[in-house]
Design a protein around this ligand. Structure first.
Ligand code: HEM
Length: 239
């Protein structure tokens, strides 16, 4: 009988778990303790690296969702978007872990970052790339169904699939917004809101970037719907 404890997969590592997940490599990607400028650097690296992995995973699922929207498979697109949105909750909540680093200690770590800046985050850049493409695929389907955004919300029972995708797009937009909000608070808390970052960007710019939304039309339609509802109420009450 096979010894189930013996690895059968190719690669390095004493077990198939380690070989499949490549834990040797993964866990050697952090500085060694003797290389740390400050012991908090472990937390700083682990939070950033895990965030990059999750942002990568989310961007991957959103790209798959985009292909499904193009193919008209809205249920599966929404399923994968839900998954991506769940993944994005973690980089948002992990920002709070870094709030436990006190400013003087952070400056010891920061002195070793060179020009390193989140502006070059491959994971976040991947989200900024997929966001508009996802929106284009959705609006093309709306157009093909001959629907305005307002009409689709009005007839949401009939166009359940498109409505589901629209709501998942909002979830995604909201998470990017939340990431930016909590990240701004983190930066204000650790280095201050009136300074310049490691790549020369004033922290104030992070504040301005929070104004960015991928799917403004989907947010704005709520105003139209409320305005129409108010109008109808006024008419009904004879005002
Ligand atoms: C101590 C913690 C952190 C501080 C003080 C900080 C500070 C900053 C600053 C000042 C900027 C402006 C650009 C520049 O560097 O000049 C920036 C941008 C950015 N950082 Fe951080 N950051 C921190 C942690 C993180 C973490 C954990 C992530 C997760 C991936 C992250 C992702 C980003 C992203 C994506 C941007 C660009 C933001 C945008 O386009 O809106 N940062 N950060």
């Amino acid at each position: 009988m096979d010894d189930l404890r013996k690895p059968i997969l190719p690669g390095k590592g004493a077990s198939d778990y380690e070989r499949y997940l490549r834990t040797d490599e993964l866990l050697s990607l952090q500085k060694r303790p003797e290389e740390f400028r400050h012991p908090d650097e472990m937390t700083f690296q682990v939070v950033h690296q895990s965030s990059e992995l999750l942002l990568k995973g989310a961007a991957w699922e959103l790209d798959r969702a985009r292909s499904l929207i193009v193919a008209g498979d809205f249920s599966n697109a929404a399923r994968l978007m839900r998954r991506a949105d769940q993944m994005l909750d973690y980089p948002v909540s992990m920002l709070h872990v870094l709030e436990t680093i006190t400013p003087y200690d952070y400056h010891i770590i920061r002195a070793g970052l060179g020009h390193g800046s989140g502006l070059d985050s491959p994971g976040f850049l991947a989200l900024l790339h997929i966001g508009p493409r996802l929106g284009e695929a959705f609006y093309a389907q709306l157009h093909a169904a001959n629907l305005s955004v307002d009409e689709m919300y009005h007839r949401h029972d009939e166009f359940f699939g498109l409505h589901d995708v629209a709501e998942r797009l909002l979830d995604f937009d909201e998470r990017v917004h939340l990431f930016r909000f909590h990240h701004l608070k983190l930066a204000q808390r650790i280095i201050g809101g009136g300074v310049v970052g490691t790549m020369g960007t004033p922290v104030e710019v992070l504040h301005q970037r929070m104004g960015h939304l991928f799917y403004k039309e989907l947010w704005d339609v709520r105003n139209q719907i409320t305005a129409k509802a108010n109008e109808a109420m006024q008419k009904a009450s004879g005002q």
